[in-house]
Write a protein that binds this ligand. Structure first.
Ligand code: GDP
Ligand code: IMO
Ligand code: MG
Length: 433
């Protein structure tokens, strides 16, 4: 059976956790393909709230195997804490979660360098999550990273750590004026995790392909979002991996012919955490209300998210870059109390109108949104059970977003719970699903 990619269509926090959890009902494997514990995916089941950072959002279904694939960066301390937390809540996480030996490790010096690099940038800092993500991926690209498999071979682990640490300590002491890190201390800590994590180590490529060949369905769950993509996002205000659909192929180790659905998750407005350009950002009372109603505070860092009106230029861009087959629209309920709603359909800069993502960063930084204004619906929609029962203004708004994004809206989410999801187009992921 073909695979489905779930990708953030904005700057992250679109509701990928909720969408993955909801759609995983009929799937066998849920695979995280990039990023690390910079992600924070919220899943709500009944009255229980789960905030997942590294563990795939399919974990809440006993029939799903959660897989951490090659493209992810793993902080083993965080991984253990998360697994322990899930076990404490009655889930057999250690037995079910699988991790690729090729996934890279986040080391203590990566976290330290993330802090130091940000500090050195001063006002120009990116506002990273300070989890060591950028430095870990940089080491991967420089071919001096340590991988998950290295945890289970003490000799190799020590050899690689020694080589890496030699260089890192030069950096820490000579450039950043810090104390060097101790090899023994790091080795003891990390090798100490090995016993408890050994059971997770799996040939995930083999597992994914056996699953596909056996007719099972898999979901590839993205972290972050299209506009945070290292290659296609608003560089340099991006993360250091590839959240886009293409990243699911490299990070998950599968070819394009296996994928038949690419679902872009998008809010009915847009948010961003951390620095970087944001054309539709709101600085007024409307923005304050949107932040409060939407509970727009980061799942990982608790930072207040910046908010703005839906940006259709970016939605069309995300559609193209990912080849979306569907949109999963979230947080429509958050807009219920606004009298007028806006959608940016284009940008204006220096007398020119841009309907597509501008070719030069400077234009994007100074782009002024061209808005279309439509009436709101002014009533609570969180209890609606059938799409056709939404107020006509709400349905018109969804039609407008669909027309502007040029991708079909299949699901509309009207609250954080699994049940608060309306099906607008009946096209199940798996036959009969
Ligand atoms: P992710 O990183 O893409 O998984 O998204 P986050 O979990 O970081 O942020 C999304 C937040 O919105 C979470 O608190 C979800 O519980 C919540 N959420 C998801 N869908 C909806 C929705 O349709 N309405 C409302 N009000 N909240 C939602
Ligand atoms: P989920 O998966 C929103 C942002 C950071 C910063 C930039 C780089 O929950 O959607 P990094 O620590 O990755 O080097 O930070 O990326 N960022 C996110 N923003 N949601 C996320 O994940 C994010 N992960 C990273 O705020 O601007
Ligand atoms: Mg999040």
């Amino acid at each position: 059976m073909p695979a489905t990619i779930i990708v953030g269509a904005q700057w992250g926090d679109e509701g990928k956790g909720k969408a993955t959890d909801m759609l995983a009902d009929t799937t066998d494997l849920v695979v995280r393909y990039q990023g690390g514990n910079n992600a924070g995916h919220t899943v709500i089941v009944g009255d229980q709230v789960f905030k997942l950072h590294l563990i795939p959002s399919g974990i809440l279904y006993p029939h799903v195997t959660p897989v951490i694939a090659d493209g992810v960066v793993i902080d083993p301390k965080v991984m253990l804490e998360e697994l322990d937390g899930l076990e404490a809540r009655g889930l057999d996480a250690f037995a079910r979660v699988k991790g690729s030996g090729n996934a890279h490790l986040i080391m203590p010096y990566h976290r330290e360098l993330d802090l130091l690099i940000e500090r050195r940038l001063g006002k120009a800092n990116l506002g990273t999550t300070k989890r060591g993500i950028g430095p870990a991926y940089a080491d991967k690209a420089s071919r001096v990273g340590l991988r998950f498999q290295d945890l289970f071979d003490e000799k190799i682990f020590r050899q690689k750590l020694e080589a890496a640490l030699h260089h890192k300590n030069e950096l820490l002491t000579k450039i950043y004026n810090r104390l060097p890190m101790d090899l023994e201390e790091i080795a003891e800590e990390y090798l100490g995790y090995a016993d408890r994590l050994q059971g997770l180590l799996t040939d995930t490529t083999e597992m994914i392909h056996t699953s596909l060949e056996g007719g099972q369905h898999i979901i590839l769950e993205g972290a972050q979002g299209t506009l945070l993509d290292l290659d296609h996002g608003t560089y340099p205000f991006v993360t250091s991996s590839n959240p886009v659909a293409g990243g699911a192929l490299t990070g998950g180790g599968i070819g394009p012919r296996h994928v038949d659905r690419v679902i872009g998750i998008t809010k009915a407005y847009i948010t961003r955490v951390g620095a970087g350009p944001f054309p539709t950002e709101l600085f007024d009372e409307v923005g304050e209300r949107m932040t409060d109603i939407g509970g727009e505070y980061g799942t990982t860092t608790g930072r207040r998210r910046r908010v703005g009106w839906f940006d259709a230029v970016l939605a069309r861009y995300a559609n193209r870059v990912n080849g979306l087959t569907d949109l999963f629209l979230t947080k429509l309920d958050v807009l219920s109390e606004f009298e007028t709603l806006k959608v940016a359909t284009a940008y204006r800069y220096d007398g020119k109108v841009y309907e597509n993502f501008p070719p030069h960063q400077s234009i994007f930084h100074h782009a002024e949104p061209v808005y279309e204004e439509v009436p709101g619906w002014g009533s609570d929609i969180t209890e609606v059970e059938d799409y056709s029962d939404l107020p006509v203004e709400a349905r018109d708004f969804v039609d407008l977003l669909e027309e502007q994004a040029q991708a079909p809206v299949t699901w509309v989410s009207i609250g954080p719970k699994r049940s608060q999801t309306l099906v607008r187009r009946d096209v199940p992921l798996v036959p009969g699903g």
